[in-house]
Ligand binder design. Structure first.
Ligand code: ADP
Ligand code: MG
Length: 342
């Protein structure tokens, strides 16, 4: 029978993107400047994320995969102003319930020794072993959804599409993360690891975009730098007042493709959206951009890399357990203002 833990975990980790998101965000939270993601069979057999971050303190080994354990919060009050991606302590515990999960980790002073930690389904620490390793953490997820057979079959059926989605998400992390080297590999069947894409530890998002989409893409892009001003909604003002803060306006930074009139596609029709540099889907905003391009009679759908910097009171990330949807309190006003500015 399926346990409550498995069912709840299936709501935190809904697909390959959730796995990649949680592991990559943990690596970024750990201060990594190099992140390598490895897939086997497009992620069906293995998704592994290796970082050169701070590693995990031995005192924490027994806790990290327990439900609701997080090292990132000192008090509940901090929740609203947290800068790290994680804070719920649900990801690792969920991965244990849904797959075979192990970690290899070393803090600087332990190198060249590292510790391999195998976790049980419940999240309890199982076997531990000393192995050779570098500073940082490697988290390995084998056989995702093996304990939710219907979900597993669904994933196997749609693996091509799911793998495409997870690559797009990794593109977004790689482009937005300045100073972090990304490398993504995949091994399909008996073939060796193939590097799918990589970035250098670039200083600018522009250089990252060139690494991911090719230098040619850059010449088709124009910078996006807008200040969007509008009357904040009651919800936003209430949240700000509760936190005793001033509201500021929204700043939009990024790159969009130069409108190409008539036929001809010059840029990949990729659209990446971020709120405070956190990748997220913003379908209403995407629609607004596409409508503006259409109104100019532009045939192709634009390349968009758009990072909205805004007050943390202006949105809610906690609307879904997987934290991927963001609720903007002022979506309508923002879209109006965006259309005008574009
Ligand atoms: P959260 O990120 O919400 O704290 P997770 O379940 O994702 O919860 O991770 C649990 C804990 O495991 C983290 O709080 C952190 O202490 C530790 N951890 C996970 N991944 C890493 C990593 N790559 N490097 C260092 N510590 C990590
Ligand atoms: Mg996390």
């Amino acid at each position: 029978a399926r346990s409550v833990h498995q069912i709840q975990s299936g709501q935190v980790i809904v697909d390959l993107c959730s796995v990649a998101k949680e592991l990559v965000e943990n690596s970024l939270d750990a201060g990594a400047t190099s992140i390598e993601v490895r897939f086997k069979n497009n992620g069906l057999d293995l998704i592994e994320v290796q970082d050169n971050g701070g590693g995990i303190a031995p005192d924490n080994y027994a806790n990290i995969a327990l439900k609701h354990y997080t090292s990132k919060l000192s008090s509940f009050d901090d929740l609203s102003r947290l800068n790290t991606f994680g804070f719920r302590g649900e990801a690792l515990s969920s991965l244990c319930a849904l797959a075979d999960f192990h970690i290899v980790t070393a803090q600087a002073q332990q190198v060249p020794r590292a510790n391999r930690l195998d976790f049980e389904q419940s999240g309890k620490l199982g076997k531990t072993q000393i192995v050779a390793g570098q500073k940082g953490t490697t988290a390995s997820v084998e056989g995702i959804f093996k304990r939710l057979p219907v979900r597993r079959r669904e994933l196997e059926k749609n693996i091509k599409r799911e793998y495409g989605k997870v690559l797009n998400l990794l593109h977004a992390y790689a482009c937005i993360s300045s100073g972090v080297r990304f490398s993504v590999r995949n091994a399909v069947g008996k073939t060796r690891n193939v590097v799918v894409f990589s970035t250098n530890a670039n200083r600018t998002t522009k250089e990252n975009i060139a690494n991911v989409y090719g230098a040619k893409t850059l010449s088709a892009l124009i910078p996006l730098d807008l200040e969007l001003e509008f009357e904040p909604s009651a919800a936003t003002r209430r949240a700000a007042a509760t936190n005793g803060e001033q509201l500021n306006h929204i700043q939009l930074r990024g790159h969009i493709s130069r409108p190409v009139f008539g036929e001809g596609r010059q840029t990949p029709d990729r659209q990446m959206f971020f709120v405070n540099s956190r990748p997220c889907g913003l379908p209403q905003i995407a629609k607004a951009f596409n409508e503006v391009y259409k109104s100019f009679n532009v045939s192709q759908s634009p390349f968009i890399f758009a990072d909205f910097q805004m007050d943390t009171n202006a949105y809610d990330v906690n609307v879904s357990p997987d934290k991927r949807s963001i609720l903007l309190h002022d979506a309508a006003a923002l879209i109006e203002s965006l259309k005008t500015s574009l």
